[in-house]
Design a protein around this ligand. Structure first.
Ligand SMILES: Cc1cc2nc3c(=O)[nH]c(=O)nc-3n(C[C@H](O)[C@H](O)[C@H](O)COP(=O)(O)O)c2cc1C
Length: 331
């Protein structure tokens, strides 16, 4: 039964790592305590001592297992060492080559490797180096989007590719409630990975104005307007805020590097300026013109009507899926 657990967890529900620091210890621990898979987000720069503290802080809030996500496009070798030394349950990887060395090292430390991919080819390469599960990200997803396909076609293709090898597939993109969960199970996924829904929880480290927009707004767009200088070639799905709608046709030679500073924030203990068109979503510490900062969200945002405790998100998914299957899909 699909709503049963994967990777040794009670449930097949994954809380996506939410950069830069939105899935912090409080959110991850709340998700872990509810029996699902919570994933911290490692900083995009080497800071092993800080990361060890982050993992330990999370452990002080839960005795359940959880994971840490790394974006491979940024410096990560020292951070990776700490993740393996601390033996968290899951190493989540995104946006870069998943090498056999990483997988072997992680397995030696007893850590499972779960990359997020956006194409059939990327899934094939990941399966070939022996990963433990694969998150298939569809074009519906909030935040950075690595592929171009929707999950309805991509998930079953990846399932057909890896099912015989016993690698569970986890669908990501636009899933918010039990209907999306059951749909993903019907596609052959064994789990679901939700970003936007967990962003809109009490425990997420997002700024209150950002959370409010997730409840109020219904539409998103796939764009590359934000963060062009810092992370080129990395498109995103964002809320259609008034600021975004004004600038959605930003000429391609423009980027955040020469723009005015619109705010400040502290990210993983580092004080940072936020320039106009930066790819930094406002966290709880952000100050300044919050409404003009990027707000990532997936296509399912129109189904989010309230900020919930993270445990309730998990419980509603599990119970809702069971009821939905019993009422609609069993004779
Ligand atoms: C605010 C935000 C930050 C994200 N940061 C990351 C990240 O650091 N690493 C990653 O692998 N995915 C990240 N994602 C993408 C998620 O892993 C996932 O693919 C996506 O949230 C799924 O779509 P959904 O938002 O519609 O649920 C982020 C998504 C959002 C909304």
């Amino acid at each position: 039964m699909g709503w049963r657990g994967i990777l040794g967890f009670e449930y097949g529900i994954v809380q996506a790592p939410l950069g830069p620091d939105i899935s912090g210890p409080e959110l991850v621990a709340a998700v872990a305590n509810a029996g699902a898979i919570g994933i911290l987000r490692a900083p995009d720069w080497e800071c092993p001592d800080y990361l060890r503290e982050l993992i330990r802080k999370t452990r002080s809030l839960t005795d359940k297992p959880f994971g840490v996500g790394i974006v491979l496009a940024f410096p990560h070798k020292e951070n990776l060492k700490i993740i393996l030394e601390e033996k968290v349950a899951i190493l989540q990887l995104y946006w870069g080559e998943v090498t056999q060395d990483i997988v072997l090292e992680a397995h030696e430390a007893g850590v499972k490797v779960v990359p997020q991919i956006g194409s059939f080819e990327e899934a094939k390469r990941a399966a070939d180096v022996g990963v433990d599960a694969i998150i298939v990200q569809g074009h519906e997803a909030g935040g950075h989007v690595i592929g171009h396909e929707a999950i309805i076609a991509l998930v079953p293709r990846v399932v057909d590719l890896v099912a015989s090898r016993g690698i569970p597939v986890i669908a990501a993109g636009g899933i918010v409630d039990e209907r999306g969960y059951v749909a993903a199970l019907a596609l052959g996924a064994q789990g679901v990975c939700l970003g936007t829904r967990f962003l809109a929880t009490e425990e997420s480290f997002a700024h209150p104005i950002y959370k409010r927009k997730l409840v109020e707004m219904n539409e998103t767009e796939y764009t590359d307007v934000f963060g062009r200088a810092r992370w080129p070639g990395a498109p995103q799905r964002v809320l259609k805020t008034p600021f975004f709608m004004e600038w959605r046709n930003l000429p391609s030679h423009e980027n955040e590097a020469n723009q005015p500073v619109i705010g400040h924030t502290t990210i993983h203990g580092m004080e940072k300026e936020i320039r106009q068109f930066a790819g930094t979503v406002p966290n709880k510490t952000a100050r300044g013109d919050i409404e003009s900062m990027v707000m990532y969200a997936g296509e399912g945002v129109g189904l989010i009507h309230e900020i919930l405790p993270a445990a309730q998100v998990v419980n509603r998914l599990v119970e809702g899926a069971q009821i939905l299957i019993q009422q609609n899909f069993t004779s």
